[in-house]
Design a protein around this ligand. Structure first.
Ligand code: NI
Length: 180
């Protein structure tokens, strides 16, 4: 990747796992999950077909694929939370996000359907997280590919980054293309 492509691919930088957390930090991450569906409303507002089919960077996903990907990804995240809260360190099921982004529904379903999913899904996810105790945040899952143990606070940190990461892809594309 050239530095230019890298900057387009990682507008807020790559995710870096924080080493520690506290209640205030958890609250801020949850707030980001809570508000981000509204960012996506704004991100796609008044976009026409051609704009939705524009890649956010050379060789990157189109706006449409980015939006449907965020819904796919966060549905998996929510399920992972529920697994970790109800099972003893479950092994999660990875999925091929690039291939999911090529399945027909991504091309056949309007993006606002996935933004509606985000509104509904994040509402349940946030309701779940707001009732989590200090012990709950330390519950963990295992990612089989790297055999890596991940605690729920780390998963939250990652998705708080993820929801902003993809929003910025679209927002910055709009700015560059002067679509605002
Ligand atoms: Ni992603």
């Amino acid at each position: 990747m050239t530095p230019e492509t890298e900057a387009l691919a990682y507008p807020i930088g790559k995710f870096e796992m924080p080493l520690e957390y506290d209640e205030t930090q958890i609250r801020k991450w949850i707030e980001r999950i809570e508000v981000s569906p509204k960012w996506y409303d704004a991100a796609i507002e008044n976009m026409d077909e051609a704009q939705l089919l524009t890649p956010y960077r050379p060789d990157g996903w189109t706006v449409m694929q980015v939006i449907h990907h965020v819904a796919d990804s966060h549905m998996n995240a929510y399920i992972r939370f529920k697994w970790a809260l109800t099972e003893d360190c479950p092994t999660i099921k990875p999925y091929h996000e690039k291939q999911w982004a090529e399945l027909p529904d991504v091309f056949n379903v309007p993006v606002n359907v996935s933004v509606t999913i985000l509104h509904a899904l994040h509402r349940r996810w946030v309701a779940l997280m707001r009732d989590m105790t200090t012990e709950d945040w330390k519950r963990a899952m295992v990612h089989p590919e790297h055999n890596r143990r991940m605690e729920l606070w780390q998963l939250l940190a990652m998705y708080a980054w993820h929801t902003k990461h993809h929003f910025e892809h679209i927002f910055r594309l709009r700015e560059r293309m002067n679509w605002l």
